[in-house]
Design a protein around this ligand. Structure first.
Ligand code: UGA
Length: 456
């Protein structure tokens, strides 16, 4: 199918590359000339495992352009995957969505076009987009008669595993108030739903994985599914973090508790990893938007609010624990291992490392961080924060009064803690992700404090 994707961020690019790999003719449109130039050369603007390789395998079916007319003229399906960053009041900024809708109205010319909202948009945005497309279409194409429909197809990709989340999804959710649009999208996703495509060697199909659920609904339900899914995942994390604090107090080990409750299939073991809590561009933004939507309807959302509060408390706790151990933070050198909001991505949006770093700096500490992938980005994006950067993970320990593990990159597990210990001023490590092996640190003479484990 002739498919256009507006926006080559995480969602747009992953969707575009995957659909092209599945055999569709995909054109990705963006307004950023450098991004488009790089993509034409096969270079992805983001760090995402296997994206470059899939880009090259799919390149026969994939074009990148700045030209809206070229992208939209023949498109039968148009995905909108532009950013919707949070405004200060918690509502998403819909400027890019609006301009995407306007150019769709201006340029589409196929007889029947399905416009698919893939960006996370407030509930009701589908209708809003449809009215913008309609006005723009009428104003620009008075003598043509394409018909179009707006559908919602929320994405559930996790950064760092976006491609396998897309190709081997738990489900594809599509909402539209028109059966024909649902049929078009079912056809578009057919190879994925039936798993008839040949798996790329670097992304093998999980054993026993045979089909993907296709869930159709009305427009509003699909829009709400996205928010409800993210809020539920966020509150699962906050719940285990709340239990984790109690676990420390009563002398329990949160890893056992988490495993013990997760084996109950009604609860499930995923997203029960206790630690500093969530960061990234999604959970914070989407829980804020859900609360703000509730408010519009006079509805408070206490559970979602509590998930946010607990999440912030985890970051503050890291600093509190340090204060109780070191007493004075002024003049101390604190190392931070891991800067991205989670491993296998260079994304720094709402990264706990920055928040914790700032809290320490405010209290007079000197903060030195290291990350295997996101350092260059951090140097640019955090230019106005006085966080210093170490050339490698071991250097973070040099002269440190304490080191915090904030992001669980696998390589941090295998550091030579004996060597690290020798260079520390004070041998204290605070593991915010339950990632390090206690025995290794103990044998190096390092005091290890792990969130969720009593210090015994
Ligand atoms: C999240 C959702 O998982 C995706 O389904 C969704 O599509 C995406 O948001 C989105 O809305 O775009 P993402 O933010 O990429 O994906 O990353 P996650 O793997 O969900 O992790 C989010 C944060 O939660 C990370 O900071 C991670 O360290 C933290 N986390 C995750 C925990 O603290 N504990 C866990 O058990 C799991």
């Amino acid at each position: 199918m002739k498919t256009a994707i507006i926006g080559t961020g995480y969602v747009g690019l992953t969707t575009g590359v995957a659909l092209a790999y599945l055999g569709h003719e995909v054109t990705c449109l963006d307004v950023d000339a450098t991004k488009v130039e790089n993509l034409k050369k096969g270079k992805s603007p983001i760090y995402e495992p296997h994206l470059d390789e899939l880009l090259s395998l799919a390149s026969r079916n994939l074009k990148f352009t700045l030209d809206a007319d070229a992208a939209l003229r023949d498109a039968e399906v148009v995905f909108i995957a532009v950013g919707t960053p949070s405004l200060p009041d918690g509502n998403p900024n819909l400027t890019y969505l609006k301009s995407a809708a306007q150019s769709i109205g201006e340029k589409i010319a196929s007889p029947y076009v399905v416009i698919v909202n893939k960006s996370t948009v407030p509930i009701g945005s589908g209708n809003w987009v449809e009215s913008i497309v309609r006005d723009s279409y009428r104003a620009n194409n008075p003598h043509k008669n394409s018909s179009f429909i707006v559908a919602s197809n929320p994405e559930f990709l996790r950064e760092g595993s976006a491609l396998s989340d897309m190709l081997y999804a738990d489900r594809v959710v599509v909402g539209a108030d028109d059966q024909k649009a649902l049929d078009v999208l079912r056809k578009l996703y057919q190879p994925l739903l039936e798993q008839t495509f040949e798996s790329p060697a670097f992304l093998p199909r999980p054993e026993g994985f045979r089909a993907v659920h296709f869930l159709t609904s009305d427009l509003q339900s699909a829009e709400l599914i996205k928010y409800a899914a993210n809020a539920f995942l966020a509150l699962k994390i906050s719940f285990i973090n709340e239990i984790s604090e109690l676990s420390e107090k009563v002398g329990a080990d949160i890893q056992h508790v988490s495993r013990g409750i997760g084996l109950d299939s009604r609860i499930g073991n995923r997203f029960l990893q206790a630690g500093i809590g969530w960061g990234g561009s999604c959970f914070g933004k989407d829980t804020a938007a859900l609360i703000s939507t509730g408010k519009e309807y006079g509805l408070s959302m206490p559970i979602t609010q509590a998930a946010r509060d607990v999440n912030m408390r985890q970051r503050a706790r890291m600093v509190e624990i340090l204060m109780s151990e070191l007493k004075i933070l002024k003049g101390r050198k604190i190392g931070i291992l891991g800067l991205s909001f989670k491993p296998f991505t260079d994304d720094l949006r709402d990264a706990p490392a920055l928040d914790i770093g700032n809290r320490l700096i405010e209290r007079g500490a000197k903060v030195v961080g290291f990350d295997p992938i996101s350092m260059e980005r951090a140097k640019k994006e955090w230019a106005d924060t006085p966080i210093e950067f170490a050339p490698d993970a071991e250097s973070v320990f040099s002269e440190a009064d304490a080191v915090l593990l904030v992001t669980e990159w696998p390589e941090f597990k295998n550091l030579s803690f004996d060597r690290c210990a020798k260079h520390m001023k004070n041998r204290l490590v605070l593991d915010g992700r339950g990632h390090l092996e206690a025995s290794k640190l103990q044998s190096a003479g390092i005091q290890l404090i792990t969130l969720g484990r009593s210090s015994k």
